[in-house]
Design a protein around this ligand. Structure first.
Ligand SMILES: Cc1ncc(COP(=O)(O)O)c(C=O)c1O
Length: 416
């Protein structure tokens, strides 16, 4: 009789872990208020509710300004356009992230330049950023990935020396801090997503934190179809915009999510440390990426681990994760893969001609050398969603027990 649940054994865990997104009577109250106000949309722009929310969100992150938009993809695009990125400009992005981090560049008719990530935190490698700079480089988009922060000390220094715009992709990082500074407050822009898997969510939605007043006004115009109205008319000419407004029904939910942001961030930070201790003291071959001591408040979105097949009888990560899922613990391996060859990154030069010079027929035509992204994406990285940190210590013990069970019966896996 097999022990592993994958082959008919009894799973370690059958009850579900904490559900997400979380909500309580606060979401219900704010939603009902907004419903009854009959002000459901985002126009006239900006709505009073969104201005109130933006002030709180900016303050919590130590940012000067904030605006909302319909998701965390268009926030990146709006930031690039507000910064004045033009056709043919180069923007440096990490090769291990969600497609939007690079696709936003293509959507501006600019050229994403992929660079590899650091081994220690899977965030963009500052040495490689510096090497990738050409006279056409205008911006860099570091991503604060999983629970890591990109090395903002190095990136800000490089950006200053080379006069680059910095857009922090904070889609994973609500509430995070680097040396006491909130994510999204250090670069020229921070881009946040409120999509349903994120730390703060309204189902869909996004926010841009912004340092400079003129950038703010341009971003507002871009989000509101290019209108130029009192409050956001302090720049020359007109912006060519689109409707990227977020409606107040979403903002109502965000009000409640904002109410609990500090509390849940602190509690997840504590649970993340407990999980790391429990895992590292019990299991060899699966280690959480070390948080950088400069991360003074951990955002703990996904806990990202490194898998060492040598400690699991040579079994590939994906097979191990299949067995783990059967035990009731659903982690992800290929959450991200090397972006330059990802199916969502198949931008063609016929449609985006500025890509041709660097990429021939399109981004997929070029094979790069990205050993760390490739190793993380296809062999090494293991991602645990934050909902596992929103429950009890018993949940964490069950997770570790399931990992240990698969590890001790790995021979069954290798044999089939
Ligand atoms: C790193 C990163 N950037 C950008 C985005 C885009 O956000 P959205 O899904 O709200 O468009 C995501 C969302 O998955 C993300 O993970």
């Amino acid at each position: 009789m097999s022990k592993l649940a994958l082959f008919g054994g009894t799973p370690v865990r059958t009850e579900p872990f904490s559900p997400w997104p979380q909500f309580d009577e606060r979401e219900e109250k704010y939603l009902l208020q907004t419903l009854r106000s009959r002000k459901w949309g985002g126009y006239p722009y900006p709505s009073k509710l969104s201005v109130e929310f933006c002030r709180r969100f900016a303050d919590y992150h130590g940012a000067n300004h904030c605006v909302l938009a319909s998701n965390g993809s268009v926030t990146l695009e709006v930031a690039l356009k507000a910064a004045g990125i033009k056709a043919g400009d180069e923007v440096i992005v990490p090769n291990y992230t969600f497609a939007a981090t690079a696709a936003c560049v293509v959507r501006c008719n600019a050229v994403p330049v992929f660079v590899d990530i650091e081994e220690r935190n899977y965030c963009i490698d500052p040495d490689l950023v510096e090497q990738a700079i050409t006279p056409k480089t205008k911006a860099v988009i570091p991503v604060h990935l999983g629970s890591s922060c990109a090395d903002m000390d190095r990136i800000l220094d490089i950006a200053k020396r080379h006069n680059l715009i910095v857009i922090e992709d904070c889609a994973h990082a609500h509430g995070g801090q680097w040396r006491g500074m909130g994510v999204g407050s250090m670069g020229d822009f921070g881009s946040f997503s409120f999509q349903s898997s994120k730390l703060m969510t309204s189902g869909e939605g996004g926010a841009i934190t912004i340092k400079d007043e003129t950038h703010l006004q341009k971003a507002m115009s871009l989000i509101n179809c290019g209108r130029k109205e009192p409050g956001y008319d302090g720049f020359d000419g007109l912006m060519f915009g689109w409707n990227y407004r977020l409606g107040d029904i979403h903002v109502a939910i965000l009000q409640a999510q904002m109410d609990r942001l500090d509390e849940v961030t602190m509690s997840r930070q504590k649970m993340a440390a407990e999980f790391r201790d429990l895992l590292h003291s019990s299991v060899n071959g699966l280690r959480v990426l070390d948080p950088d001591p400069r991360q003074t408040r951990l955002h703990a979105y996904q806990t990202v681990m490194k898998y060492d097949p040598a400690q699991f009888g040579g079994v590939h990560r994906d097979r191990f994760l299949e067995a783990l899922e059967a035990e009731g613990v659903g982690f992800h391996g290929d959450f991200y893969t090397a972006l330059h060859e990802h199916e969502l990154m198949d931008a063609k030069s016929d449609q985006y001609p500025m890509l041709r010079e660097r990429y021939g027929d399109g981004i997929h035509s070029v094979k790069g050398n990205f050993p760390v992204s490739v190793k993380a994406g296809y062999h090494e990285a293991v991602w645990m969603h934050y909902s596992y940190l929103s429950g009890t210590r018993k949940d964490l013990q069950d997770v570790v027990e399931a990992i240990l069970k698969v590890q001790s019966n790995v021979g069954e896996l290798a044999g089939r």
